[in-house]
Design a protein around this ligand. Structure first.
Ligand code: HEM
Ligand code: HEM
Length: 223
């Protein structure tokens, strides 16, 4: 960069300004594309396929599956556009965590999407190992994606000396909502099951419990 400054001595001020505002635009576009991709579409795609867990109608199952596949493919395409752009315009030095982890993420999301298409049919022998691999990699990518968005914001504030406070706060709120909903999905299943037991089998269950405790008491008495 020193060489460049020396080389364009005559119009150095104007050039420096041009370069920096162009770079600023490219960094902002890079950040925005990758946030939409790994920070929004990908986690939404995960939440959507998890909604199919409590679904019995085949038609709705298919819709959730389609939505998952489409959201994840869009996410991969946007990330790829962002990757091509950043490799064209940035330094390609890969000398910090953000850049190196970003490169690894570009690779893994392609693998994950390809693996999504190469799934064994439901109920076959290979389905569980596939699901376990797809789930583990999917969750890992989503977590690393969130971490890389934070480190990208830090890199942005270092490069531009602009405040990132608002973006950090907004992104943290978004991630909290998504995490809450992710955890709630497991609980909803639990709550629904409890509802079924209380609604349909309550009297039977209570009868069983009562007779069980009577037996226990009588066995304590006799013992
Ligand atoms: C998970 C999402 C992200 C991934 C996978 C990612 C990936 C990358 C990669 C691979 C590079 C190096 C590009 C090269 O030199 O060819 C890079 C650079 C950079 N990224 Fe990101 N990025 C992400 C999100 C963000 C966000 C949200 C921002 C915030 C604006 C950001 C800001 C930057 C900056 C400022 C650079 C310049 C290089 C530096 O000094 O570190 N990135 N990113
Ligand atoms: C980078 C892209 C992708 C990511 C990050 C991802 C992530 C995930 C995650 C985390 C789950 C598990 C959800 C849960 O039950 O807790 C899942 C399930 C699933 N994914 Fe993906 N996925 C991606 C792409 C794809 C694609 C492209 C397809 C198909 C074309 C696909 C098909 C499926 C199917 C069928 C399931 C449900 C498996 C089952 O419940 O048996 N995925 N995905």
């Amino acid at each position: 960069s020193q060489e460049r400054n020396v080389g364009s001595h005559a119009s150095s001020n104007a050039d420096a300004h041009k370069v920096s505002s162009r770079l600023l635009f490219e960094i902002t576009l890079h950040g925005f594309l990758l946030w939409v991709s790994l920070g929004l579409l990908m986690p939404l795609g995960v939440l959507v396929i998890r909604m199919s867990k409590r679904e019995e109608s085949g038609k709705k199952l298919k819709t959730y599956f389609r939505a998952h596949a489409i959201l994840q493919m869009l996410s991969v395409l946007l990330a790829t556009a962002g990757a091509i752009m950043s490799i064209k315009n940035f330094s390609n030095s890969f000398n910090n965590h953000h850049q190196r982890m970003g490169l690894v993420l570009y690779g893994i999301i392609w693998l994950q999407a390809l693996a999504g298409f190469l799934r064994p049919v439901r109920g076959s022998k290979g389905r569980f190992p596939w699901f376990f691999g797809h789930w583990t990699l999917g969750i890992t990518v989503s977590l690393l994606g969130v971490i890389n968005i934070y480190s990208g914001l830090l890199a942005y504030s270092e490069k531009t000396s602009r405040s990132i406070r608002l973006w950090v706060i907004l992104f943290t709120i978004e991630v909290s909502f998504i995490s809450f909903f992710y955890l709630l999905q497991d609980k909803l299943e639990h709550i629904q099951k409890q509802g079924v037991i209380l609604g349909n089998e309550a009297s039977g269950t209570i009868d069983q419990m009562a007779s069980h405790s009577v037996k226990q008491e009588s066995s304590i008495e006799s013992g």
